[in-house]
Design a protein around this ligand. Structure first.
Ligand code: NAP
Length: 328
């Protein structure tokens, strides 16, 4: 399916990548998407593959599954001629043009323009019970905005793990649905900004379990509680709950770039121009969660995917780009 000389290579397989592919293929750019391989940490389709019901993607009033949404987006891109390769891009060379990309299958391909849409992955606690219940829609989530409004979480005690701004935001958001929100934090003070922390501490629906770590998630098909360990005394006890939201940060998938694009301090790709997807390398564009640590929504990722494809199209039209470059 892939050629050794490509015009536009899109790396990733979430909403940003598929939207970029729809636009690029409809613009006759003959894009190829490197959607990635299945591994223990990653699956093609990205974070939405772990989301059971998506209720906030416009156009789907009845909600739909994350896997469903990704399949539909991929099918839409393929319908317009997008080629899909189920391999990772393992290394890039942006030092010359055309760009050179190395695939996990060992191939080296050139690209006149590249759209990086590799997303970010939520950090998890690393418990097997957490992984199982997150994967099967068993009440464990890393995104309150995505999942918090689901019926299963209404009028339940919901646990949020973490002490940063994300945990504060998730906890405050969940107060709309929960009977009680319990923040479990491993230390005795929050890392979050004072304004967010104060808001949490003043909210009558939220209480904090300080110096506590979640060491197990209880429940077979759906969460029934969490096991907490006191980080000072080492003592364990169980806390009943109807949902667990893990908010201990995200890691953008940028390692394969080998430092060739400018990144923010937190590891996300810099897109220095306002409302643009241009990066520090002309001809390389970034879209979706890999460049967005703030919104992190499927719909915003799709929006930036559209922007990246339009910018790639215009960039290719305005630069004397050879249709096919030879690998040096
Ligand atoms: P963060 O600031 O890195 O906080 C992560 C939190 O998770 C920390 O409290 C950390 O504990 C805890 N943690 C990390 N690993 C853990 C583990 N294995 N077990 C238990 N706890 C663990 O991440 P974030 O909250 O996602 O925020 C990321 C960035 O986005 C920050 O710069 C933040 O200000 C920004 N942000 C801003 C807003 C806003 O302004 N509205 C909203 C969300 C995020 P320790 O404190 O002990 O290290």
């Amino acid at each position: 399916m892939s050629k050794t000389r490509e015009t536009v290579v899109i790396i990733g397989s979430g909403p940003a990548a598929w939207t970029a592919a729809v636009y690029a293929s409809r613009a006759n750019l003959d894009p190829v998407v490197y959607e990635g391989e299945i591994s223990r940490e990653m699956v093609p389709g990205g974070q939405l593959m772990f989301t059971t019901d998506i209720e906030n993607f416009p156009g789907f009033p009845e909600a739909l599954g994350g896997t469903d949404l990704m399949e539909r987006m991929k099918a839409q891109a393929v319908r317009f001629g997008t080629r899909v390769v189920s391999e990772n891009i393992e290394a890039v060379d942006f030092s010359g043009h055309p760009f050179v990309l190395t695939t996990s299958g060992g191939a080296r391909i050139t690209a006149s323009a590249v759209i990086v849409a590799t997303g970010a992955r939520a950090n998890w606690l690393g418990l097997s019970s957490e992984e199982r219940l997150a994967r099967t829609g068993g009440g464990v989530s890393s995104c309150a905005v995505c999942d918090g409004a689901l019926p299963a979480f209404r009028n339940q005690r919901l646990v949020v793990v973490g002490g940063g701004d994300s945990a504060m935001e998730e906890a405050l958001y969940l107060t709309k649905f929960a009977s009680e929100v319990v923040i479990v934090h491993r230390r005795d003070s929050f890392r979050a900004s004072k304004v967010m922390a104060d808001r949490v501490l003043q909210d009558p629906k939220i209480r904090v379990e300080w110096n506590a770590a979640v060491t197990d998630v209880l429940g077979d098909d759906f969460i029934t509680g969490v096991r907490l360990q006191d980080t000072l005394s080492g003592e364990s006890r169980d806390l009943e709950c109807g949902g667990l939201f893990v908010a201990i940060g995200h890691t953008p998938n940028t390692a394969f770039l080998g430092g060739q694009l400018a990144l923010h301090e937190n590891g996300y790709i810099q897109t220095p121009e306002a409302w643009r997807t241009t990066t520090s390398v002309p001809g390389v564009f970034a879209a979706g969660d890999v460049m967005d640590s703030y919104y992190r929504q499927a719909v915003t990722a799709a929006g930036t995917g559209c922007m990246a494809a339009l910018e790639a199209e215009r960039w290719l039209a305005h630069h004397a780009v050879p249709a096919a470059g030879a690998i040096a």
